[in-house]
Ligand binder design. Structure first.
Ligand code: ADP
Length: 674
């Protein structure tokens, strides 16, 4: 299986670097990883045969340092560099320098990258090649009045797009003439700050399109094939969320037409390697060229699943001069595949990235049908420096319905703790009837937002005895550590009477919903095992439970089970085979002063900057008073006093950078309180 490439450097990180290493290993190619200070223990570093530190955490001081990476490649006698996606993958200067240094760039020729680098230049080339374009203006005249005139003639709505744009930035919809100039200013500002270039194109805004893209492959011998299409219509803010292949409802005839148009686009720029030609597909079957991505796409695995080809292997073969492994006729399409992008982000907070330690990372089991492409391990940090993707979850089955059922199941089995994730959101998407019926357009998320942004609905009743048992055990072990007996009247909270079985109301939050049950302790066995009677409004449960390290052993009405528990700042997640139960105690904790947890809450919620110390040291502060303000992810977070007291020490000053989880200050509550 050996190609001319014997040693490969991957100029990237995370899941894509790991994914490339896997194929290289399979082909007997030695691998070199590069890494930043933040990634010294990362999975991609562990997987590679050799790894070299190339600088500090910010990308521009490491993963974007083309010259440094080339120097490493030369020093280690590397034959080729694979740029992955993002970072240097579409950087023509880097591609040129690789070639000047005698290193194979696993990607297209410099000229092809340059030709597709500008959306307007790309449209010009495609127009000449006879590829259908979204109607619009992509010329050089950038006078605002002229651009508006173009928009007026085209008719509203229109879309303003930055020629140098990417990742959905520098785009603005304009719905009427009156909005035009303001929208143009805003789009130009965004383009200038993002890409240092504010050249704009104006396009007719299509209101119900699908995003359908063609995977093309070309070699150095003028052969080219298309590996069918992917539907990436489900997007948020013009970024893909779930992709699938093939595109549902597409006829063989349209598939061929789009495939050939994609290939025509690639041939127009003498393309080599893997490329993607993006089209907008209208409900009437008309399709228009949008842009060409001159790299391997994030969503390439869905194509791999339905063609049973390894696209990275193809890239490495083609880059070393071989012909494409298969002809168009030899390529077949089998079954259906989905990819969901699992992110550390908060869908309820405008998809803000969520950073922190992955305290628990339990992906679904991989099989022939389920593939998890990831670059992180449990215990790793999702940092502010890079894209907060945790993994790509890819599933395959013989048809769309079965594949989608697999996707929902796999999402239900995906457990992550420590950061917020979009897993529930993806689950809601995958199980939404409109998605199941393949009613796809790029407005899907907006149109169905009412159903997508709710936490997963669960039947809470069966979880109540489990959670009650757990919380009682937790409290019991805490009290024991303090040398207090649980049934002592002096420590009991409410409703305690002499000579009665101690019965109390236990209130807690479960899956974001408040709930109360009545609990009585029936007995205590050896090994700190508790026997309880739990009454909900519907049922009575006889429960037995025991904590063993990080697990809970419970027996509810004779049904035994074991679940892993993860604890974070008094919030608990109990993992059953089906889902995670999140809970938090509401009943006051019997007035126990947990002095070892005294500083809980005074830790940085994520990486950020201290912007203000709001009180003096040793100054008396009232409960609820703001002690310190931190800024993270462009938002301010106030740290407030939990009780009356004093701050005896600030561990950071204004302007200091802090890591998520770091203790920020020392607070002492007034002794007289309670
Ligand atoms: P970027 O390079 O920033 O990703 P694209 O040109 O690829 O920008 O467009 C991203 C997304 O924006 C598309 O997938 C589509 O959803 C939407 N879009 C782009 N052009 C149009 C258009 N003319 N009409 C409607 N939607 C569009």
């Amino acid at each position: 299986m050996k190609t001319g490439i014997k040693k490969l450097l991957i100029a990237n990180r995370g899941e894509i670097c790991c994914r490339i290493i896997k194929t290289a290993k399979k082909m007997g190619i030695a691998t070199v990883a590069v890494y930043s200070d933040a990634d010294k223990n990362a999975l991609h570093v562990k997987m590679a045969d050799e790894a070299v530190n190339i600088g500090a955490a910010p990308s521009r001081e490491s993963y974007l340092l083309g010259d440094k990476i080339i120097a490493v490649a030369k020093a280690l006698r590397v034959d080729a560099i694979h740029p992955g996606y993002g970072f240097l993958s579409e950087n023509a200067a880097f591609c040129r320098k690789c070639k000047e240094n005698g290193i194979i760039f696993v990607g297209p020729p410099v000229k092809a990258i340059e030709a597709m680098g500008s959306k307007s230049a790309a449209k010009q080339i495609m127009q000449e090649a006879g590829v259908p374009l979204v109607p619009g203006y992509h010329g050089e005249n950038q006078s605002p009045d002229f651009l508006k005139q173009q928009a007026d003639e085209m008719g509203y709505p229109v879309l303003l797009k930055a020629a140098a744009g990417g990742g959905g930035k520098g785009m603005r919809q304009v719905h009427s003439e009156e909005e035009f100039f303001d929208a143009l200013d805003a789009a130009k500002r965004e383009a200038m700050s993002g890409f240092n270039d504010d050249i704009m194109l104006v396009e007719k805004y299509l209101t119900q399109p699908r995003h359908v893209e063609i995977q093309v492959f070309c070699d150095q011998h003028k052969n080219g094939v298309y590996l069918f299409e992917r539907d990436c219509s489900v997007q948020r803010r013009h970024q893909k969320v779930i992709e699938e292949a093939p595109a549902p409802g597409i006829t063989a005839e349209l598939r061929q037409q789009m495939g050939e148009a994609g290939l025509k686009a690639a041939k127009a720029i003498d393309y080599e390697g893997a490329g993607t030609v993006e089209f907008l597909l209208e409900p009437n079957g008309e399709f228009f060229f949008m842009e060409m991505n001159t790299r391997l796409q994030v969503e390439h695995p869905v194509t791999e699943m339905i063609t049973q080809e390894d696209l990275v292997e193809w890239q490495l073969r083609v880059a070393s001069g071989e012909v494409i492994p298969k002809t168009q006729q030899q390529l077949t399409l089998k079954g259906h595949a989905f990819e969901a992008r699992v992110y550390a982000e908060d869908p309820d907070n405008e998809f803000l990235p969520s950073t922190g330690k992955l305290r628990l990372l339990k992906p679904p089991l991989e099989s022939e049908n389920v593939r998890v492409d990831t670059g992180v391990l449990q215990g790793d940090e999702v940092s502010v420096f890079y894209d907060p993707m945790i993994a790509k979850l890819i599933v395959w089955d013989e048809n769309r319905e079965k594949a989608l059922a697999r996707m929902s199941k796999a999402l239900a089995e995906y457990h992550v703790e420590g950061v917020r994730t979009n897993i529930d959101f993806l689950y809601n998407l995958a199980t939404h009837p409109a998605f199941q019926n393949a009613n796809l357009t790029t407005n899907f998320i907006e149109e169905h937002q009412d159903h997508l942004f709710v936490s997963r609905q669960h039947d809470l009743e069966p979880m109540l005895p489990v959670v009650s048992t757990y919380l009682m055990l937790k409290r019991h072990s805490k009290l024991q550590n303090k040398g207090v007996e649980l049934q002592s009247p002096w420590q009991a909270g409410n409703n305690w009477r002499m000579n009665e079985v101690h019965e109390e109301i236990l209130s807690f939050v479960i899956q974001n919903v408040e709930a109360s049950v009545t609990v009585s302790i029936v007995g205590k066995l050896e090994n700190n095992e508790l026997q309880l009677l739990v009454q909900t409004s519907e049922n009575e449960y006889s429960c037995q439970g025991q904590l063993v390290e990080n697990s809970l052993l419970v027996n509810i009405n004779g049904h035994r089970s074991k679940m892993t528990v993860v604890e974070h700042e008094q919030e608990y997640s109990l993992f059953t085979p089906e889902h995670a139960i999140k809970c938090r105690l509401l009943t006051p904790d019997l007035g126990i002063d947990d002095s070892d947890e005294h500083h809980a809450g005074f830790v940085a919620p994520m990486n950020g900057t201290v912007v203000g110390l709001m009180v003096e040291l040793n100054q008396s502060v009232k409960k609820g008073q703001t002690l310190m303000i931190m800024e993270a992810m462009k938002m301010e977070h106030a740290l407030k006093a939990p009780k009356d007291g004093v701050v005896t020490e600030f561990y950071y000053q204004s302007g200091d950078l802090v890591d998520g989880g770091a203790a920020l200050l020392n607070f002492e509550a007034n002794a007289a309180e309670d």
